[in-house]
Design a binder for this molecule. Structure first.
Ligand SMILES: C[S@@+](CC[C@H](N)C(=O)[O-])C[C@H]1O[C@@H](n2cnc3c(N)ncnc32)[C@H](O)[C@@H]1O
Length: 231
């Protein structure tokens, strides 16, 4: 019985890209623009983006929350997979980076499906949980307990454990949390790494593993992605 995942050589990675990634031209343009930023490595890969896109379609998610938008690559992947009546709520602390995202939402014709909340993720999660009626930045939608189909977590890693209980409350039963960077470039298994980001990710991974209220699968795609289904 094997517990081994295939080791990806550069050649195999290239093969996966060549034979599976169908990246729209506009998405590629955003990657090129983001590559000029010093923080470009925060952007998800096209392979992961396509994975998020297919998960959105498979789950038939209609209401998605993204925590950590940056210049918008993952948001394009989610919004382009939403049905006509679907909505993506994006949350980030940076107007500078999300202004880039906004340009691409417009160019992709997806801006009417996306609402942006600038502010700390913790505050936004609380706001969504406490709100019974329309929020001025997300008109026409109600939130609160068990109101969201899918959450993508890709912001400040040290706070992942603080976000988790709020996310679980916001998710509908059967809803999906997609947590990004759960392998954190391998540092989760290296005890010499005790920086807050690594500790945050380790704590989240442990919490999810011990949480009987969810199903989980940790997938070695990109920097590691956990799929967490609320029972
Ligand atoms: C890894 S990037 C997100 C990448 C993005 N998903 C993409 O596809 O390009 C993380 C983002 O989280 C944002 N962020 C950091 N701390 C945050 C916080 N406390 N609340 C909300 N967003 C935060 C950063 O501004 C940054 O844009």
């Amino acid at each position: 019985m094997s517990r081994k995942n295939i080791q990806l050589t550069e050649k195999l990675e290239e093969y996966i890209f060549q034979k599976s990634v169908r990246e729209p031209e506009l998405f590629r343009k955003l990657r090129e623009e983001t590559a000029r930023l010093a923080q470009a490595n925060m952007q998800i890969s096209p392979e992961e983006g396509q994975f998020l896109n297919i998960l959105t379609k498979l789950t038939r998610a209609e209401k998605i929350l993204e925590i950590g938008t940056f210049t918008g690559y993952s948001s394009l992947c989610f919004a382009s997979a939403l049905p006509e009546n679907g909505r993506l709520i994006c949350c980030d602390i940076s107007t500078e980076w999300t202004n880039i995202a906004k340009r691409y939402w417009k160019e992709a014709g997806l801006e009417k499906k996306i609402d942006l909340k600038i502010g700390s993720a913790f505050e936004t999660l609380q706001l969504l949980l406490d709100s019974k009626s329309d929020l001025e930045w997300a008109p026409g939608w109600s939130f609160g307990f068990a109101s969201i189909d899918l959450v993508f977590l890709d912001a400040d890693k040290e706070n992942y454990p603080n976000y988790y209980p709020l996310i679980l409350k916001l998710l509908k039963p059967g809803g999906l949390l997609i947590a990004d960077n759960v392998l954190w470039d391998g540092s989760v298994v290296d005890v010499s790494h005790q920086e807050p980001s690594t500790v945050g990710i380790r704590t989240l991974n442990e919490t999810i593993y011990n949480d009987p209220s969810v199903d989980v699968s940790m997938i070695p795609i990109a920097d590691g992605v956990s799929l967490v289904r609320k029972k």
